[in-house]
Design a protein around this ligand. Structure first.
Ligand code: NAD
Length: 252
């Protein structure tokens, strides 16, 4: 049920903490992987790990906020593999400021990458899925910050992730007729270079951990099981779900 042999998966943000773990996880379950990020050289390690798992890896440079770049990435993928079965939209940025001082250019940048970037990738991949009439699996990456406010300056990021959650439900509703399942994983804070400043600050660590019943941050590897499930036949009756990987945060 969880076997991904013969499947082709595109993972955007494939050089990041989450993207790398997810690309590896999907490869271990049998999928060939297209990893994308803006800078090609940052994808080398992920691609090498995928190949070590015995799968094909194709690194492609792509700015998810740029429609032409996204369309080219999908074209290159189709030229090489002929199809896309799974899309994971991991590319994302977080710019935090107190709400009263949130620079509008930064707000727009976050919305551009996290919301517009997610929609552009979903659109470009879904067009091929619709044409092939074989359905497909799309997994967006939301966040617990898309559900709950937080005092640490998330007016841009949290708003963008709330939009990703709603976009996921909307796409699931519209594309069910094409057998395209669209779900989201919504993690709590996990260890990446991006979150090191927060997790290495004892005061901030305490504030963040107080909200997580399991009492620890996630690890990028904690996301893999959910993505394999949502990318495989095991989740064929599941669409429009926001799956929180949050140590129980959303239960409070
Ligand atoms: N780290 C956390 O605690 C946390 C928690 C919840 C959700 N998330 C989400 O998980 C996803 C991955 O985050 P991460 O922690 O691995 O971050 P990361 O910074 O390690 O990775 C982000 C990736 O996105 C890519 N990226 C950024 N802007 C891009 C653009 N315009 N075009 C293409 N690629 C671009 C980067 O190159 C990188 O590969 C993000 O969507 C993030 O919002 C992270």
């Amino acid at each position: 049920m969880f076997d991904l042999s013969g499947k082709v998966a595109v993972v955007t943000g494939g050089s990041g903490g989450a993207g790398r773990a997810i690309a590896n996880g999907l490869a271990l379950y049998g999928a060939d992987i297209v990893v994308t990020s803006r800078t090609l050289s940052t994808l080398e390690e992920t691609a090498a790990e995928v190949e070590k798992a015995g799968r094909k890896a194709l690194p492609i440079s792509c700015d998810v906020a740029d429609a032409d770049s996204v369309n080219q990435m999908v074209k290159k993928t189709l030229d090489e593999f002929g199809k896309i079965d799974i899309l994971v939209t991991c590319a994302g940025i977080a710019l935090r400021h107190p709400a009263e001082d949130m620079p509008i250019e930064e707000f727009e940048k976050v919305m551009d990458v996290n919301v517009k970037g997610t929609l552009l990738c979903c659109q470009a991949v879904a067009k091929d899925m619709i044409k092939r009439e074989q359905g497909g699996k799309i997994i967006t990456v939301g966040s617990i910050r898309g559900l709950q406010g937080h005092p640490a300056g998330y007016s841009g990021y949290g708003t963008s992730k709330g939009a990703v959650h709603m976009l996921t439900k909307q796409l699931a509703t519209e594309w069910a007729k094409f057998k395209i399942r669209v779900n989201s994983i919504a993690p709590c804070i996990f260890y990446t270079p991006l979150t090191e400043p927060i997790l290495n600050d004892p005061e901030m660590y305490k504030i963040f951990m107080q909200r997580i019943p399991l009492g620890r941050p996630a690890e990028p590897e904690d996301l893999v099981g959910a993505v394999v499930y949502l990318g495989s036949d095991a989740s064929d009756m599941v669409t429009g779900v926001i799956l929180y990987i949050d140590g129980g945060t959303s239960a409070w």
